[in-house]
Design a protein around this ligand. Structure first.
Ligand code: NDP
Ligand code: MG
Length: 385
């Protein structure tokens, strides 16, 4: 029986994690649930899984009578760290969105608990520090992001042979076939319609701009200790191959499956065992074709920025991430055009000096500096819609 805490339980990943945990209730006990403000949804989850701790950053007006005394309730802006410290979990699924998860990932490792990592922004901003601490504590970082889970699964069969190249697949998002000018002017409803996956709003916008793949290149750089030049991105619109690994002899191993996050979530929870997810199986007989395309960095400049950030090193990826969080929020609030997201990120990256091998405090400072700069640029006339 493994005890699991879910940070971000009311989100897309969090709800699917509860689904697979309940499916295998003989193996997993959900011991803590944390969300931001979705109190009604959290109340339902508390009734369903009976955690020992339930927490929200924003305290609700009241807690329903039936669950008031069923668990310990925690509230406040520091609740992610408070729950990580207080809970009796073996594993902490970090599935909040944004760099806010970085401190929680570090604290989980410090407490000697395993991290199941969906939240990619912490590795983008502080990958060097997170991976160093995971090595120091001898605790694996179990990837939940489907591409990284795929690579992790391929490496299980590698018998210690180091990969020569990682190939991250990408669906290409809703604008894969669009002209550059049309992408620039894309509307919110169009960007929020992902062809293959149903996800939270931030990652859905990131997928449309291909900034999601940029974040994933940086995530892969740290998770698998691979230099940027050995990490390629390949457009694969069907989202059947979730990523691939190439070896010295030219052999390529891939992980395939239907686009269903319950598989990578459950694999991180049950690794190295495989358990039933309740998802659909691949049907090769009705599959028409698996196709591949080279990504277009001109139409999707966000992807290029990942390689620029890794080349610059140090805090540049934290700057990319902080600026992107501001840009996505601005787009979702109709303050900028879709095509301005990458522009805002790039201009911010060009104006914040890099600190090599930063401390955690310096990473947070650079994140704040990037947000301040991006907000300053946003209020300039060039970024008016
Ligand atoms: P959602 O927006 O659906 O969910 C985010 C969750 O985090 C919600 O439970 C939200 O609570 C909670 N949350 C947000 N901020 C805080 C905070 N400050 N303190 C506590 N809880 C907080 O996101 P997704 O589930 O789509 O994504 C989560 C992470 O996983 C992201 O980093 C994303 O990139 C990554 N990921 C997601 C995939 C997917 O398929 N969705 C695939 C691969 C990676 P509330 O509901 O109260 O706001
Ligand atoms: Mg992914």
């Amino acid at each position: 029986m493994r005890k699991i805490a879910i940070l971000g339980s009311t989100g897309s990943i969090g709800t699917q994690a509860i689904d697979v945990a309940l499916r295998h209730s003989d193996r997993f006990e959900v011991t803590a649930l944390v969300a931001h403000s979705s109190s009604e949804k959290l109340f339902e989850q508390v009734r369903l899984v009976h955690p020992k701790i339930a927490a929200l950053t924003i305290e609700p007006k009241e807690i329903p009578e039936d669950i008031k005394n069923s668990c310990q309730w925690m509230f406040g802006s520091n609740v992610l760290l408070d729950v990580v410290r207080a809970c009796d979990a073996d594993d902490v699924l970090v599935s909040v969105v944004g760099v806010v998860g970085l401190a929680a990932v570090m604290e989980t490792l410090k407490c000697g608990k395993r991290v199941l990592l969906a939240n990619k922004e912490p590795l983008v901003a502080g990958g060097e520090l997170v991976t160093a601490l995971s090595r120091e504590k001898n605790l694996p970082l179990l990837p939940v992001d489907s591409e990284h889970s795929a690579i992790f699964q391929c490496l299980q069969g590698a018998q210690g042979n180091a990969p020569e190249r990682l190939i991250l697949t990408a669906s290409g998002g809703p604008f894969r076939t669009w002209q550059k000018e049309d992408i620039y002017l894309a509307r919110k409803e169009q960007a929020l319609k992902h062809p293959n996956w149903v996800m939270g709003r931030k990652i859905t916008i990131d997928s449309a701009s291909m900034m999601n793949k940029a974040l994933e290149v940086i995530e892969a750089r740290w998770l698998f200790d691979m230099p940027a030049e050995k990490i390629d991105v390949l457009i694969h619109p069907q989202s059947v191959i979730h990523s691939m690994v190439e070896f010295a002899d030219g052999a390529v191993m891939a992980q395939l499956g239907t686009p269903d996050m319950r598989l990578p979530i459950l694999y991180a929870m049950s690794w190295p065992q495989r358990l039933e997810t309740g998802g659909k199986r691949l049907d090769f007989e009705t599959m028409n074709a698996l196709t591949f395309e080279k990504p277009d960095m001109d139409r999707f400049p966000g992807l290029r920025l990942a390689y620029d950030a890794l080349k610059a090193g140090g805090t540049m990826s934290a700057v990319l991430n902080g600026a992107n969080e501001v840009a996505v929020d601005a787009f979702l609030h109709d303050r900028i055009r879709f095509g301005q997201i990458a522009q805002l990120v790039e201009e911010t990256m060009l104006s914040i000096p890099v600190i090599a091998s930063p401390t955690l405090e310096q990473v947070f400072e650079c994140d704040l500096a990037a947000r301040a700069k991006a907000n300053e640029l946003l209020s300039s006339s060039r970024f008016a819609v």
